[in-house]
Design a protein around this ligand. Sequence first.
Ligand SMILES: *[C@@H]1O[C@H](CO)[C@@H](O)[C@H](O)[C@H]1NC(C)=O
Ligand SMILES: *[C@@H]1O[C@H](CO)[C@@H](O)[C@H](O)[C@H]1NC(C)=O
Ligand SMILES: *[C@@H]1O[C@H](CO)[C@@H](O)[C@H](O)[C@H]1NC(C)=O
Ligand SMILES: *[C@@H]1O[C@H](CO)[C@@H](O)[C@H](O)[C@H]1NC(C)=O
Ligand SMILES: *[C@@H]1O[C@H](CO)[C@@H](O)[C@H](O)[C@H]1NC(C)=O
Ligand SMILES: *[C@@H]1O[C@H](CO)[C@@H](O)[C@H](O)[C@H]1NC(C)=O
Ligand SMILES: *[C@@H]1O[C@H](CO)[C@@H](O)[C@H](O)[C@H]1NC(C)=O
Ligand SMILES: *[C@@H]1O[C@H](CO)[C@@H](O)[C@H](O)[C@H]1NC(C)=O
Ligand SMILES: *[C@@H]1O[C@H](CO)[C@@H](O)[C@H](O)[C@H]1NC(C)=O
Ligand SMILES: *[C@@H]1O[C@H](CO)[C@@H](O)[C@H](O)[C@H]1NC(C)=O
Ligand SMILES: *[C@@H]1O[C@H](CO)[C@@H](O)[C@H](O)[C@H]1NC(C)=O
Ligand SMILES: *[C@@H]1O[C@H](CO)[C@@H](O)[C@H](O)[C@H]1NC(C)=O
Length: 767
Amino acid sequence: MIFLMVLLGRTDVDSWTKDEDCCAWSGVTCEGVTGHVTGLDLSSVGLQGILHSNSSLFSLGHLEMLDLSSNDFMGSSISSKFGGFVSMTYLYLMFSNFTGRIPSEISHLSKLVELFLSSGKTTIDTLSMKRIAQNLTTLEVLYLDFVDMSSVVPADAFLNLFSSLTSLSLTLCNLHGKFPETIFHLPNLESLNLLQNTNLTGSTPKSNWSSPLKSLALSSTKISIDLHILTSNLKSLEILRLQECNFVGSHLELSGNLTQLMGLDLSGNSFVGLIPWSLLNLERLILLDLSNNMLVGELPEIQSNSTNSFSSLHDSSKKQLVGSIPVGLNMLNLDNNSLNGTIPSWVYSLPSLEYLWLSHNQFSGNIKAVFQSLSLSYLDISSNNLSGVVEFEKFRKLRSLTLLDISHNQLMVSFQNFSNYTMPKLDFLHMSSCHITQFPYFLRTSPQLTSLDLSDNQIQGNVPTWLLDVGIDSLSYCILSHNFLTGTIEQFMWKNIAVLDLRSNLLAGKLPIPSPSTYFYSMSNNHLTGPLASTLCNLTSLKVIDLSTNSLSGKIPQCIGTFSRHLSVLDLHMNQFLGKIPSTFPKGNILRNLNLRGNRLEGALPQSLINCRKMEVLDLGDNKINDTFPNWLESLLLLQVLILRSNRLYGPIGNPKTRFPFQKLRIMDLSHNQFGGPLPIKYFKNLLAMTILQDEELKYMGDDYYQDNVIVVMKDLYVELVKLQTMFTTIDFSNNAFRGEIPRVIGELKSLKGLNFSSNKLTGLMR
Ligand SMILES: *[C@@H]1O[C@H](CO)[C@@H](O)[C@H](O)[C@H]1NC(C)=O
Ligand SMILES: *[C@@H]1O[C@H](CO)[C@@H](O)[C@H](O)[C@H]1NC(C)=O
Ligand SMILES: *[C@@H]1O[C@H](CO)[C@@H](O)[C@H](O)[C@H]1NC(C)=O
Ligand SMILES: *[C@@H]1O[C@H](CO)[C@@H](O)[C@H](O)[C@H]1NC(C)=O
Ligand SMILES: *[C@@H]1O[C@H](CO)[C@@H](O)[C@H](O)[C@H]1NC(C)=O
Ligand SMILES: *[C@@H]1O[C@H](CO)[C@@H](O)[C@H](O)[C@H]1NC(C)=O
Ligand SMILES: *[C@@H]1O[C@H](CO)[C@@H](O)[C@H](O)[C@H]1NC(C)=O
Ligand SMILES: *[C@@H]1O[C@H](CO)[C@@H](O)[C@H](O)[C@H]1NC(C)=O
Ligand SMILES: *[C@@H]1O[C@H](CO)[C@@H](O)[C@H](O)[C@H]1NC(C)=O
Ligand SMILES: *[C@@H]1O[C@H](CO)[C@@H](O)[C@H](O)[C@H]1NC(C)=O
Ligand SMILES: *[C@@H]1O[C@H](CO)[C@@H](O)[C@H](O)[C@H]1NC(C)=O
Ligand SMILES: *[C@@H]1O[C@H](CO)[C@@H](O)[C@H](O)[C@H]1NC(C)=O
């Protein structure tokens, strides 16, 4: 027991004192006659320290049960001495901060019945796995979740798993290659979990399934699955998880033999067609997730049958009985399909329903019945065609409501003015496009608010002070864009805000600076004035800042180039900034879009722009920049858009200095300057991007960018540019002083759609 004394940082095990008989200690079991310690249950007791091979633990040779799970062995390796417990039947070492290789000596524990080694920092190789599979003939339960098995060949390693096995769990093990079909035939297997081994292949059997299987989880694997055969064979199935299993374009072919099914997850598979409601045993269902597919049709309705009116559902198209109302349903997720019709009121009356996700479908009708849904915690019915007036007060009946998203429907939400009620649990409220005219006053008592979206409404007037005080420590996402907000915001109080979007309002005054946690900040399209405070440069987490289309003035602070290592988009276009472009873009910056168009910037182009190796869009048009052509930008390999129009740029363009100058450029606008000399033939020859139609690139950064960031609402920031991109590939050299002939090479730029050489001193015909 000495090892425990050493390891126990805190003595959570109260009954342990040195003098007592250790068999009386809590968690310790001894054999009656001999007094040998046979069981040691030390799970979650706060053990902390290294477990060395010389630990006295390994002298407890009679141990049959050892549970060290959920402690912190601080990266200790799993000692090969564990292989010495010859009597061990139950061994639990998961989530205890062990690292390194799982020793092959574990396979000496030939009496093991249960083995739990799940851990994120351990690895196992084919040989050790194979030995475990071959030698542990009485093993029933094997959990190796998160163990790195990237070097394991599944076909070898799992070949001889014993028929005693009832439960095998291998979540996120980096398994790849073919999973042996024999596992599916194991006669006693009740639970098989291979979740998220994204490169694991193989196929489910066509026959001879292990019929006692109750739980099968193959989500995010590449195992090919015949769903019909699977559901016909596995009559005991209670939980089936096949999320993202690549059923693209196929129908949901279930068999009616799933009488025991309680949980079904078939999300993210692009299934098409109708939901076969009648094949699901609705009566027992607790969880149904069919989200992210392409399913169509209406939800079944209560049968208007006087003899049996409130328990049976019928399919509205086929007029056929589909079964009983799923009274035990706790979670229904049908997000992102093409379901239509009304949301039947039985859905809202389900007594156990906590999670209801129906967004991104084509449901129509009103949502009056939603207020019956007293058990709901999470309700997302956004992006449908729902309509009607919603008296918001009625939601207060939903005492457990935590998340509410009713955005993007045709709903008209109304509030009673300053009505005195609270919804203390609600911390996520999204009501974009809901015809709202005032801020929801009840929010003033929601100190835990984390996410608020009231964009695209008709809210007028100042942002009330009480709103700025809501969620001071918790609010991370706040979208109030596209309203009619006026007045000045002195300061944002939210300490942990990440996304802050107030664009397209009527806000005036100076730019308020949010907390340094902000990573997306847009105030574009307002009436802001005055200079930028240098405290802007405290925003060290910023990725995107958009202050375009305001009346901001003064110099752009020099620190703008350096303040955030994460800055990807800096958009200050259409303001009244003066002076020079900051020259402080450091090496290694990740700026993708710099837009300073439509200001009063002067002087030369800063050489430090060359450090912007990730630059895709550089728009400095409509300023007073006085310089020669920046040939040196030709080495920015990702530059797609270069706009220098309407400046005071002069001189010849000259010749390229590099082998593939401007190789990705698709928009080059040098118009309205004082460039002279001949047209730059050598550059034209090398505008490779323009000669090859690169359709995949037309997607442009818009989609990718926002996917990276999972912030869908920001999409329209780029819409203008994306449109420009897909419609034109342009060269505009008009209104300069170019001389000489128009070169033939222009004709080779096949994808060139807009070309303007007008108002120069050129001769020759275009071919
Ligand atoms: C056990 O081994 C470690 C390192 O190998 C050593 O530091 C420690 O003193 C040893 N403890 C005992 C009790 O022998
Ligand atoms: C795990 O062990 C490492 C040392 O290897 C230590 O830094 C870490 O704090 C430990 N605890 C957890 C919970 O990771
Ligand atoms: C298999 O188990 C036996 C004890 O039953 C043991 O002696 C032997 O070393 C084990 N073999 C392997 C390869 O682990
Ligand atoms: C899966 O395979 C692809 C291609 O071989 C590889 O890029 C990817 O990293 C693999 N994923 C995992 C989780 O091993
Ligand atoms: C299925 O099992 C039967 C009898 O156990 C056996 O004859 C048959 O070969 C098996 N089929 C497959 C495909 O394994
Ligand atoms: C359901 O199981 C029975 C045998 O129990 C079988 O005859 C029938 O074909 C199965 N139904 C389907 C749709 O597979
Ligand atoms: C909808 O589901 C498809 C897969 O079927 C997925 O690609 C897409 O991103 C999902 N859209 C949303 C808004 O979740
Ligand atoms: C009404 O319900 C009863 C009992 O469930 C059933 O026998 C009958 O067929 C149903 N009638 C209609 C019109 O569906
Ligand atoms: C629902 O969509 C189906 C086609 O998928 C169509 O036949 C049906 O009329 C639609 N129902 C409603 C109420 O729009
Ligand atoms: C709101 O109600 C509480 C208790 O019912 C009351 O104390 C408070 O004065 C009311 N506030 C307003 C503004 O009506
Ligand atoms: C901003 O940074 C300045 C120093 O550059 C510091 O004095 C000030 O306290 C910071 N303000 C905030 C709000 O973090
Ligand atoms: C550009 O700058 C030079 C000096 O660097 C100056 O001589 C010239 O007048 C400027 N041109 C314009 C149009 O401002």
